[in-house]
Write a protein of this length. Sequence first.
Length: 369
Amino acid sequence: MRICFKLTTMIFLIIFLTADQGNSAVKKRDLDLIVVLDDSGSMKKNDPEGLTKDAAKIIVDKVDMNDRMALVSFGTKSTLLSGLIQISNENIKKWFKSMIENLPQKDMYTNITSAIERSLYELKHNGRKDALQSIILLTDGKLDIPGGEAKRTESMNFLKTSIINDYKDLGILIYSIAFTEESDFSLMQFLAQSTGGEYYRAYTTSDLKDSFDAIYNDLVKKQTIELEETMPEPKVEKQEKLPPLITPELPEKKGISVITIIFFVGTLVLIVSAFLLVIRTKRKPLSEDEILKSSLPESKEPVSPQPERLEEEKDTYKTMIRFTSAQENFYLEPDVKIEGVNNIFLKKRITRVGRKGDNDIVLPHSFIS
């Protein structure tokens, strides 16, 4: 019983593993992700314990070994601290998290436009075309650059038109997290909604961790959905429709079926076999003389009861006589003919042969015995 149970379990397991569960269940698209962190002095003031850095490290631990990450910091200008690199082992993860930990956070400005543009350049030139591309933007302030309000307005317009249009065309998602009440909520929401990402507000450590967890879960979901939508369907060549085949109706065969014939033949064979068996059991055994008589070959000419006399021939020296008996060691087929030889069959157990007249076979005097 245990063996049957194990075999049954194994069969069901093989069927389950080999069943077609859809493309998304097999694998998901790889991810090219850039973490964009505010490195202005206000971040250090609003987050003296470095909670935003700890929250950003969560995403590093979550990504798969085939995924790639890059790190961009921004203040007065943006800096690519690490280009896209595959997070394939624990050493790379530690190195990446150490770069996040060592951000100085002392710049005076918050150049969001420059940071998003620098991330776009990295993904456009180094990103994988078949991967899901995305950035996570974390800031505590509003767009602020040197040059006054005119420069700020110009930078804002450039961000909302030219740069965001490139993101849309390339399918790059922006996830934005606004940290503190001083953040530009409307801009964060616009960037996310325009590109298909999500927008979050985080005021506490718990909010930050929940935001990064939600972002990663949404990325995984989009990786799976994108795989199903973008996989090309197999091309099927159009074929001309052929007219339906017309199969002629065959007349029904009337007569006895093969099974019926086999049944009757088998029954007949059994009856005949039984009949022969009955006859054989009822037949009387032959006597010894009958057995001997039946074993002797039939003579073509009737045997005369009188002693058989052989006539003399002119060429006596060429004439020979062969005696054959019914016994196996003496028997010779009667139809064997040898020129110059007379065949005489002996039909008695004791046959007398000689020149005297009282013998069964009388030989002429001219015969040489």
